[in-house]
Design a protein around this ligand. Structure first.
Ligand code: NI
Length: 254
C-alpha cells in the first residue's frame, strides 16, 4: 500500500488516458492519491474526482502563482468545499520566488490568510516553497497552523529541515530525490525521523528517474519509495507502510 500524497490528476495531460493511469496505479499497489488544488477551478475538480473514486482524496487552496487572482468570493467557496468529508488538506499554498508570478507581498498575504482558513476548516496545510525558505519559515513561525502540515517536495537543507521538523511539520519527498544532483535532499532523506516523512509524485510534474522527461503519474511514486528504501537500508514495504501511516496521521484518517 502506497499513498501518493500530492498529484494533479485534473491536468489536461491525463484527458486521453485517465482510466489507464488509474489502472496502472492499482496494478502498482498505489492505493491512495491526494489530488491537490491550486486555484478555485482545480480545487472544485479535486473534490469532484474524490467523489467519483473512493481512493482519491482532495485538498483545496490557492497556489502562490494564483495569489493575485483571489477575489472576495474565493475564500467562501473554498471554505464550503472544505466541509466535504473527502477534503483532507488545505493546499497547495505558500511562496514561489522562483517564478514570481504574483507579487511577493501578495503571495505572503494570501498564504497567511489561507493558514487561518485551514485552521477554521480544521485541516492541515500543504506547503509549496520554492526559493522562498527565509520568508516562508518566518510566516509559519508567526502563524503556526493549528492542524500541522507538510512541506511538499521538500527542497531545503538538513539545517532548515531540523527547524521545520521542530515546528511539527512533515517533509514530503518527490521525484527530485532520484536525480543525480540530489545531494542535499538525499541527506535530508537519510536523517528525517521515520515517523515524519511522506511520499508523492506532484504528477504530471517532477517525473523521477528513470522516467525523467516523460509525463509523471502516481505509479512512479514507487521510484521515490525505492530511493528512500535504498538510502535508509529498509525494504520497499517498510518505507511504503511507514509513509502511509504518517499520511494517515497527518491527514487524520483511519
Ligand atoms: Ni503540486
Amino acid at each position: 500500500m502506497i499513498w501518493d500524497t500530492h498529484a494533479h490528476l485534473d491536468d489536461p495531460r491525463y484527458r486521453e488516458d485517465f482510466d489507464q493511469v488509474l489502472e496502472n496505479m492499482k496494478n502498482a499497489q498505489i492505493s491512495r492519491v491526494t489530488n491537490v488544488g491550486y486555484d478555485l477551478a482545480s480545487s472544485e475538480h479535486s473534490v469532484d474526482l474524490a467523489h467519483r473514486y473512493d481512493f482519491i482524496y482532495a485538498a483545496v487552496g490557492v497556489h502562490p502563482h494564483d495569489a493575485e487572482g483571489v477575489t472576495p468570493e474565493t475564500w467562501g467557496t473554498l471554505l464550503q468545499l472544505a466541509k466535504d468529508e473527502k477534503v483532507i488538506g488545505w493546499g497547495e499554498i505558500g511562496l514561489d520566488y522562483y517564478r514570481d508570478l504574483s507579487p511577493r507581498p501578495v503571495q505572503q498575504e494570501i498564504f497567511i490568510q489561507q493558514i487561518e482558513l485551514a485552521d477554521q476548516a480544521g485541516l492541515p496545510i500543504i506547503i509549496h516553497d520554492r526559493e522562498a525558505h527565509g520568508d516562508l519559515l518566518k510566516i509559519v513561525k508567526e502563524h503556526p497552523p493549528k492542524h500541522g502540515g507538510v512541506f511538499h517536495c521538500y527542497s531545503g537543507s538538513w539545517e532548515m529541515a531540523k527547524i521545520v521538523l521542530n515546528l511539527g511539520f512533515y517533509l514530503s519527498f518527490a521525484g527530485p530525490l532520484t536525480f543525480k544532483n540530489a545531494r542535499h535532499t538525499v541527506e535530508v532523506a537519510s536523517k528525517v525521523p521515520l515517523d515524519r516523512f511522506l511520499v508523492e509524485t506532484d504528477s504530471p510534474y517532477l517525473t523521477p528517474e528513470p522516467y525523467r522527461g516523460k509525463r509523471n503519474e502516481p505509479t512512479y511514486v514507487r521510484e521515490v519509495v525505492a530511493r528512500i528504501a535504498k538510502i535508509r537500508e529498509l525494504s520497499l514495504k517498510e518505507v511504503a507502510q511507514q509513509s502511509f501511516q504518517n499520511a494517515v496521521r497527518l491527514f487524520n484518517l483511519n
